[in-house]
Design a protein around this ligand. Structure first.
Ligand code: NAD
Length: 259
């Protein structure tokens, strides 16, 4: 496995970025799997790591569907704060780099675990939202979906026309993955020959199975993360250690010269 570590010199980093770019350039289909880490530089805290919101609210407690059903007002206090952070966030250079890769013909699809819509805001067109979207709310009683901007959050929990409690249309712990997103993600993972894994701790199933599906079919794995993950020493071929907002623009700059 090839790694970039902070203690390595610039020349080593450039050599590994160059190798990664060549793999991407030669690939038939490149798919990205992204996680909360790619949006950290947009100001949205990831679950892992000690950052603002999740020091106050334990995601394992607040992001479980049973908690929302049992204590909707309490969970909505957290959701309203998260919603405000997400709605104020803008794509960062990492999101923009993936959009540029798609535009250049070097990226087929993004499978994202994020619910923040920042890939689409950056211009990416084929985005599989594995864990749903914060842009809509869904009724726990009748299943109706309502655009977020039509719902007043000044009194919580917000309610549907039928009286049921609304939730963000995202996958909480204890809920299944939307079947269409799951099937699309599995197909893209099986059919790619390079998977670019960015900013995910790769521990939340079944999203974390996608790199293994890809690897089993012979794909090469390029990982971009500030820290090692369970993938790094097992299936990752090139580990680019650093922030996504720094690494991805460098990768794209090399790819621009290969068009
Ligand atoms: P995670 O919080 O478990 O892990 C984040 C990963 O990103 C870590 O491995 C960390 O080392 C890495 N990271 C942090 N900053 C980085 C940076 N600047 N550049 C590159 N890597 C960086 O996130 P996960 O694996 O996506 O799983 C957690 C779940 O949390 C997902 O289901 C996701 O839906 C949800 N979530 C989403 C958002 C969002 O939509 N932005 C935010 C928080 C949590």
């Amino acid at each position: 496995m090839l790694t970039i570590r902070k203690r390595l010199g610039m020349a080593d980093m450039e050599r590994l970025l160059d190798k990664a770019a060549k793999l991407i350039r030669r690939a038939r289909a490149v798919v990205a799997l992204t996680g909360a880490g790619i949006s950290v530089e947009s100001g949205i805290p990831a679950f892992r790591g000690t950052q603002g919101l999740w020091e106050k609210y334990d995601p394992m407690e607040y992001a479980h569907i049973d908690a929302l059903r049992a204590h909707p007002e309490k969970v909505w206090r957290m959701l309203r704060e998260l919603q405000q952070i997400v709605e104020g966030a803008r794509p960062n250079p990492a999101h923009l780099s993936l959009a540029r890769m798609e535009q250049l013909g070097f990226l087929r699809a993004i499978i994202t675990q994020n619910i923040d819509h920042l890939h689409q805001d950056a211009g990416s067109r084929y985005v599989i939202e594995f864990h749903g979207s914060g842009h809509k709310l869904a009724c726990l009683s009748c299943g109706e979906r309502i655009p977020r901007h039509l719902v007043d959050l000044s009194s919580i929990p917000p309610r549907c026309f039928c009286g049921g409690v609304l939730k963000p249309d995202v996958v909480f712990f204890g809920e299944p993955i939307p079947w269409r997103a799951l099937i699309q993600a599995q197909e893209e993972s099986k059919n790619c020959d390079v998977m670019l894994v960015v900013g995910t701790s790769a521990v939340v199933a079944p999203a974390c199975d996608m790199p293994y599906l890809a690897k089993d079919r012979g794909a090469r794995i390029i990982e971009v993360n500030t820290e090692e993950t369970p993938l790094t020493r097992t299936i990752t071929d090139i580990f680019l250690q650093g922030s996504a907002g720094t690494i991805l623009p460098k990768l794209v700059a090399i790819l621009e010269t290969m068009v």
